[in-house]
Design a protein around this ligand. Structure first.
Ligand code: TRP
Length: 444
């Protein structure tokens, strides 16, 4: 590799880019429906435990692998362990990227659809928002018509390059989204009857717990933090040598978790307060479905003055949050093609787009296919990828290399104290936990 690799421009840009990847539809669309499905508070508790015990250490690991190798996912394993099968972990990640984009782009398309419906005012004339969402689901052509522009929007940012495209967009839109969620959360919890939603979110009720709740929560944690497919390896490869990886991982994970919980605080109190049938709402929520966000939120906006404005703003920012995530997914695959097969970035991106559009079209026609991609990525491919990344760090990489990454070549000597505990987690605790949860989730 003769050309010099770019790095992100600033410390805040690094956090913004990584958080931009992490914060997305996973937090605002997938987290609430998984929480509903997992029975509320109990799911959230397990989810937070997963963030703390797997998420943060694994994010650190991906950053380290990326920054130590300064290469794409598969190239990074190849560089750090030449001539070994470890590069297949990177290749699995590239495949996982495709699988995720195959349904993620479709949901991103829904956000554009709802954004334009808000702008035109048509969303606010709808009486039955649930039937309205079903109509979108039943109309693959309309979904495809929104998905394809979204794919090309991501292409545009990928092609305009790492620094300008990814970093700048994340730095502006993320804080705006956060602020808007706070405003919506306040509106939601001040609705009459909101308290039951809050108690669903924060008071564990064991009567709805399923045996798969651990795997669901773990998969959601990987998905939400963009872990297990080398996305953070790729972003780590753009970090500066003086980026504090431990601190960055904690910051990104904290932000990501806050956004998810905030989305829950927006959605559940309104779902409980605005329902026509309070007796069955819990069962309806547990029955789940991907529509929760797209049904409950427009109902909430209708409770606010200038509902159109709020609604347009929200779906616009949601689309942008999705965009900073699809950019990161696409970047993983593009830079892989660029570095391993020497195709130009533009050509690489267009190849990726073609594949993603085909998967997206199938997902739009078949909700079964959509669900298979969702489940395969979050509950199988990401945990398996995370498992192997952990083993790679714990058992294959030299302890000294990890120490150098952890302390930035000795510039942060205090971090050295973390090394043994961190290695113990990576060698034993995390792999065994991932494996047990995985097996229990499948067999149990
Ligand atoms: N984390 C993003 C979200 O929550 C989605 C995402 C982006 C992702 N890159 C990823 C998920 C890599 C898994 C792996 O919406």
């Amino acid at each position: 590799m003769t050309e010099k690799r770019v790095t992100f421009a600033s410390k805040i840009g690094i956090v913004a880019a990584a958080a931009g990847s992490a914060v997305g539809l996973g937090n605002i669309w997938r987290f609430p429906s998984q929480t509903a499905d997992g029975g509320g508070a109990i799911f959230i508790l397990i989810y937070i435990a997963c963030i703390l015990f797997f998420g943060i250490p694994l994010m650190m690991s991906e950053f380290m692998v990326g920054r130590a190798a300064r290469a794409n996912t598969a190239g990074a394993f190849q560089k750090l362990a030449p001539g070994t099968p470890w590069k297949w972990v990177g290749r699995l990640g590239v495949l996982t990227g495709f699988v995720i984009m195959g349904f993620y782009m479709v949901v991103s398309g829904w956000t554009l659809d709802y954004f334009f419906q808000s702008l035109s005012g048509s969303l606010h004339k709808v009486d039955n928002l649930s039937a309205h969402f079903d109509a979108l689901q039943a109309n693959p052509v309309r979904q495809i018509a929104w998905m394809i522009p979204f794919v090309f929007l991501s292409v545009f940012f990928i092609v305009s390059g790492v620094k300008k495209g990814i970093e700048r967009s994340a730095k502006i839109f993320m804080p705006l989204l956060f602020l808007l969620l706070i405003v919506l959360a306040i509106r939601s919890i001040t609705l009459e009857g909101a308290i039951r939603g809050l108690s669903f979110l924060f008071r564990p009720d064991l009567s709805h717990v399923k045996s798969t709740v651990f795997l669901d929560a773990m998969g959601q944690a990987f998905f939400s933090l963009s872990l297990g497919m080398g996305c953070m390896i790729t972003y780590g490869s753009y970090f500066n040598n003086n980026t504090d990886l431990a601190k960055t991982s904690i910051q990104v994970s904290t932000l990501d978790t806050l956004v998810a919980i905030l989305a829950g605080v927006v959605i559940f109190p309104s779902a409980f307060a605005l329902t026509a049938n309070p007796e069955t709402i819990v069962n309806e929520l547990v029955a789940g479905g991907p529509g929760l966000l797209f049904i409950t939120l427009p109902e909430l906006f209708n409770q606010m003055p200038l509902s159109m404005v709020w609604s347009a703003l929200f779906f616009c920012l949601l689309a942008l949050a999705a965009l900073t995530s699809t950019i990161s997914l696409m970047e993983v695959v593009t830079v892989y093609l660029h570095e391993e097969y020497r195709v130009s970035r533009l050509k690489g991106t267009l190849l990726v787009s073609a594949g993603v559009i085909i998967l997206g079209i199938i997902s739009s026609y078949s909700s079964l296919f959509f669900n298979v991609l969702d489940v395969a990525s979050a509950k199988f491919m990401l945990p398996i990828g995370g498992f192997f990344i952990c083993l790679f760090m714990g058992w294959r990489l030299k302890k000294n290399l990890i120490l150098l990454q952890l302390t930035n070549n000795g510039e942060l000597p205090a971090r050295a104290k973390l090394l043994n505990g961190y290695l113990f987690l990576l060698r034993y605790v995390i792999p065994i936990a991932i494996l047990s949860i995985f097996v229990y989730g499948i067999v149990g």
